[in-house]
Ligand binder design. Structure first.
Ligand SMILES: *Cc1c(COP(=O)(O)O)cnc(C)c1O
Length: 427
């Protein structure tokens, strides 16, 4: 039992680290800027928090960097599930060579954004007949997840009088892990087990459908450049073996993606030159059967994740058991991933800052959202300049799996505003 009042023997609270703040958000006169203006000015114009602000110039830069680094032969597709916000998707459609989608709803959004169906591919389990019909009618390539889906797609094509464009998603005997390749295969909801792929492709060809090639997706959010390079090499080798077995050359191979971004303290960005060097080596030494093949990668998070921020306003500042709590108008209903509840085992802090740092001392604060659940924590014991009610908090790396991947109806606070910003009158 401690004495009433002060607790002199209480251990001082130690700050927990947060992830690296991505490039592109300069601090000018103590204010964080995006797209050439202080974040707070954008928020004043929007007239609303919480808000997701996406910077079009950062999207441009990211795609340009990737193109410059990778072999020219490699097409870059945007996996729209990372961020399907209309203006951003339209922008990405202009930057990328294709759009990868994963539902009939995404198909409608992509068509509305002006993406061309010949450059779209549609993956995902449990595609309904209605979804297949819409995709085949539009001329989208379907990445088949099973033999049953292949049958239905062929029947739907016959009924419509349209030759369906069909690729087979392969469930490979390896996945994207550390540097070692884990063999042995695994039971998955995605793709057709590799040993059954040749038979399926022969059936597709015999049925008169347009066989496009393979889709081989081995994993996501990896920062291990060597593992990414090795996975791409394995993928090309597997595609070649399958093609030899089938006896036909594929037109197109989707090599998957999986490039991650640094979210947490200690994370290092992907080293593109490592991946590019290996891929160039692969392209230079392609097996004969893949000589004329087109190659693509599909990336979501890597292309858009760092180009967006989530801005929320401090509504209340309180002390509990000696710790400061900044209670904000946003929360996990918009930014589930930053709260640590979207596919993470241990909760760690996303990069965070105040929109405007004051001159006060640093203090250790808990940044919590407005939801009545202890899960709603955007920053756990982070050290920031002293902040007051009304100040703005920025959560970085909010461009992917934010607004569209969070339970917005939970507790009824409503959606965040989203906006794509174009740089104005700089210089
Ligand atoms: C989710 C997904 C992607 C995008 O993953 P990122 O980690 O955002 O790059 C790409 N392809 C497929 C098949 C996916 O399911």
């Amino acid at each position: 039992m401690s004495a009433a009042g002060a607790a002199p023997d209480k251990k001082p609270i130690k700050p927990k680290p947060f992830g690296p703040i991505p490039a592109g958000f300069p601090m000018v006169d103590g204010k964080v800027h995006i797209a050439g203006k202080p974040v707070a000015d954008h928020i004043d114009e929007i007239g609303q928090t919480p808000a997701f602000l996406y910077d079009a110039a950062l999207l441009d830069r990211k795609v340009a960097e990737l193109r410059a680094a990778m072999p020219q032969r490699l097409a870059i597709h945007y996996a729209m599930k990372a961020n399907p916000y209309g203006p951003l998707l339209r922008h990405m459609t202009g930057l990328c060579d294709g759009i990868d989608l994963a539902s009939g709803g995404e198909l409608q959004i992509a068509l509305a954004a002006g993406a061309s169906p010949e450059n779209m591919s549609f993956a995902g389990p449990a595609k309904t007949d209605a979804e297949l019909k819409a995709a085949i009618s539009a001329g989208v390539t379907i990445n088949l997840e099973s033999e049953g889906e292949a049958k239905r797609a062929i029947i739907i094509g016959d009924t419509l009088g349209i030759t369906p464009r069909l690729a087979v998603r392969v469930n490979p005997d390896f996945d994207l892990r550390g540097s070692g390749m884990r063999m042995g295969g695994g039971a998955k909801a995605f793709g057709v087990d590799q040993e059954r792929v040749p038979d399926l492709v022969r059936q597709i060809i015999d049925a008169g459908a347009h066989w496009r090639g393979f889709h081989i997706y081995a994993g996501s959010q990896s920062l291990d450049s060597a593992a990414l390079a090795e996975t791409q090499a394995n993928t090309i080798a597997l595609a070649a073996r399958l093609a030899e077995d089938i006896g036909h050359a594929p037109e197109h191979i989707n090599l998957g993606g999986g490039f991650g971004i640094p979210y947490f303290s200690g994370d290092q960005p992907v080293n593109l030159s490592v991946i590019s060097a290996e891929l160039q080596r692969q392209f230079t030494n392609l097996p004969e059967i893949l000589a004329d093949c087109d190659f693509a990668i599909e990336l979501g998070r890597y292309l858009v994740g760092e180009a967006g921020i989530y801005v929320t306003r401090i509504i209340d500042r309180k002390i509990s058991h000696g710790e400061v709590f900044l209670a904000c108008d946003g929360g996990l209903h918009h930014q589930l991933a930053a709260s640590g509840n979207f596919g993470t085992v241990v909760r760690r802090n996303y990069p965070v800052s105040l929109a405007q740092a004051g001159n006060g001392p640093e203090e250790i604060v808990n940044i919590v959202g407005c939801l009545c659940t202890p899960l709603d924590r955007l920053g756990d014991r982070v050290s920031l300049k002293r902040a007051e009610t009304g100040d703005l908090v920025i959560i970085y790396c909010a461009g992917a799996y934010g607004a569209s991947a969070s339970p917005v109806n939970f507790l009824g606070h409503g959606a965040a505003k989203e906006i794509l910003l174009y740089e104005t009158n700089l210089q």
